[in-house]
Design a protein around this ligand. Structure first.
Ligand code: M6R
Length: 611
């Protein structure tokens, strides 16, 4: 019932906290000399690791907007709906990830305005969705989906009708939206526009056209020249030119950056999955991490020496790395610190000491929980150090000093090589701070050989995965610096194989969890040769007495274990770096046993850019 004659429509957003719809989606736009649809399909396949419930494409041709969308992976939807045959050299695309709310064709993007002249793809959450939708409904707009995103298409349509000016409509719509969002709109006159607030949006400049994307990975096959938009920036591709303005309409200029990642790094090569490729890549990444960043590592170690208070923070796997770092810093650097998971730290951060130093660890550098902590801490005067794999990420740009993991793109949703890379950098920092007590540089090649030996244990790990494939519960035990590895091992098993797994400090077993152990339980025990050895072995005997099956991971095989994975001998400080690898492999092969796709675990996304 929107009977507007204008050729354009705009994006708008809504205001009401949507508790039922959380997204980590990928968005992409293209305008140039090539056919848009096949290009967009390829770009979306590259970004699919971020979200993979449904997919859609919209193109503009001869003043007409065409949209095709469906539920499923890009490849499947493309082969059923032939996304790639949509006509035109201008288009937008989307892959969706939803933890709540239905995964339906109607809810897949792009969403269109009532007059069909605007198509919109969106990443993030529109918090004021409900109010905006009510206002739009009162004006006669008809909604076709249950999403918050659709309001953007209708708002744009409405704002364009009111202002008669596309530029003004985009900025009006953007200003009406609350929440964290980035969106791209395609208009029937051939214009494409993108806007961002607290969700990344990047322009790629290639020889044959422009890209707008939520992730550089989307266009990295075509160009490495990128412009990272700031919050409240709008980019408009009209005619053959590009214009950048703020939400208030003021012109802005942002620098063109050369993206450092290698183009060829984003395919599976000869491997069946990205996850196993990335596990194997650790043989190389373990020595590459931190290379060329020695002066930054030194600078960070000086900052930590002088810091009155030190906090490590991160989410998921990166938080487990923070826990190891706290342990290393205490033992080898003789400095006290705390490690707090970011989703909890955000409620405490207002109360921390003003001159604290915060070390934020994040593969993506875009995790919303981590950014929330950092933004608050910065306003209170904290110094921010980050360890990231994406040097152009929001976290890197918010930091006083940022160290690059340098392990190449990690596409598997489960963090593998990024964990050992971030950990290696933390070893280097503690080594520098302690005057070389760890001796990382001297040990790097021994470490590399040890990683190589471990990834070659494929046959043994496959057998173990086959033997434990039917167990309902797995418990992973470790003490001291090995406890965070127990947590990480359990996380890998959970997310890749969907088997319930829990990491437990081995000494806590007798305080409760022992009640759960019986003949049907499977226990993985971190039992390396260090000060924890005897105590952990005693715990293993307690379990054995209850009939559970036991798999040991360490340096000295023992009869108490039904199976034993031997970790090559090294200085004990390095065991956490090595003992995580068998867990990554067990989780991978267990996923295969269960017919699960290890690269794309259900309900998960690679970068969690929403709270
Ligand atoms: O990109 P980040 O390191 O900030 O991501 C943090 C977590 O979301 C991430 O480690 C997640 O737990 C992985 N799926 C674990 O494998």
């Amino acid at each position: 019932m929107c009977q507007y004659n204008g050729h354009f429509v705009y994006l708008a957003i809504f205001n009401y906290v949507i508790k039922i719809t959380m997204r980590v989606c990928s968005i992409i736009g293209y305008k140039g000399e090539s056919l848009a649809a096949p290009l967009l399909v390829t770009c979306l396949q590259k970004m699919e690791y971020r979200g993979y419930d449904s997919v859609g494409i919209g193109t503009i041709n001869d003043g007409k907007v065409s949209v095709r969308k469906g539920v499923g992976r890009v490849e499947d939807v493309d082969s059923t709906l032939l996304l790639r045959i949509l006509p035109g050299r201008i288009g937008i695309g989307h892959t969706r990830w939803a933890t709540h709310g239905r995964v339906t064709e109607a809810n897949a993007h792009p969403h269109t305005s009532c007059n069909g002249e605007i198509a919109v793809v969106h990443n993030g959450i529109i918090q004021n969705y409900s109010q905006l939708k009510s206002q739009l409904l009162m004006k006669g707009h008809v909604f076709k989906s249950e999403t918050d995103s659709e309001v953007i298409a209708h708002l744009l349509e409405d704002d364009y009708k009111e202002t008669g000016d596309l530029r003004g409509a985009i900025s009006n719509t953007s200003k009406k939206l609350a929440g964290a969002f980035s969106f791209i709109a395609a208009f029937s006159d051939g214009t494409i526009a993108g806007a961002r607030f607290d969700e990344p949006l990047i322009v790629g400049i290639s020889k044959d056209g422009y890209y707008i994307s939520s992730d550089v990975v989307g266009f990295l096959n075509y160009t490495d020249r990128a412009i990272f938009l700031d919050n409240r920036d709008i980019v408009i591709l009209k005619g053959s030119g590009m214009e950048m303005i703020t939400f208030d309409g003021a012109p802005v200029v942002r620098p063109v950056t050369q993206v450092a990642w290698e183009f060829g790094g984003i395919d599976k090569g000869t491997y069946a999955h990205f996850t196993i490729k990335e596990i194997n890549e650790q043989v190389e990444t373990i020595v590459k991490s931190g290379r060329g960043q020695e002066s930054k590592i030194e600078e960070v170690s000086e900052m930590l020496k002088l810091a009155p208070f030190i906090y490590f923070t991160g989410s998921g796997t990166s938080y487990h790395c923070a826990l190891v770092a706290k342990n290393l810093l205490a033992k080898y650097g003789k400095r006290k610190s705390d490690a707090i998971v970011s989703s909890e730290f955000q409620y405490l951060v207002n109360d921390i000491e003003r001159d604290s130093v915060i070390v934020a660890i994040s593969q993506s550098g875009e995790t919303a929980d981590v950014l929330e902590v950092i933004k608050k801490a910065k306003t209170l005067g904290s110094k921010i150090i980050s360890i990231v794999n994406v040097p152009t990420s929001s976290l890197a740009r918010l930091s006083d000093v940022s160290i690059h993991m340098n392990c190449g793109p990690e596409i598997g949703v489960a963090a593998t090589k990024s964990f050992t890379s971030q950990l290696t950098i933390l070893y280097a920092i503690v080594d520098s701070l302690s005057g070389g007590v760890i001796g990382l540089e001297d040990q790097k090649y021994k470490l590399q050989n040890a990683v190589k030996e471990l990834v070659e244990r494929q046959r043994l790990i496959e057998q173990i995965a086959e033997e434990i494939k039917d167990v309902k519960d797995i418990y992973v035990l470790g003490r001291s610096i090995h406890y965070p590895i127990a947590l990480e091992g359990a996380l890998k098993i959970k997310e890749l194989s969907y088997v319930h797994a829990e990491g437990i400090p081995a000494g806590e077993l007798k305080h409760g969890p022992l009640a759960l152990i019986d003949r049907n339980s499977c226990i993985l025990v971190l039992n390396p040769n260090d000060s924890t050895f005897d105590d952990v072995k005693a715990n293993a005997h307690e379990i054995k007495a209850r009939g559970a099956s036991l798999i040991g991971i360490g340096n000295s095989p023992s009869d108490v274990y039904d199976r034993f994975i031997t970790i090559p001998e090294m200085d004990e400080v390095f065991y956490p770096l090595l003992e995580v690898i068998p867990f990554q492999m067990i989780a991978y092969y267990l996923a295969l046993e269960k017919d699960a796709n290890p690269d794309y675990p259900r309900n998960l996304a690679k970068s969690v850019t929403v709270k």
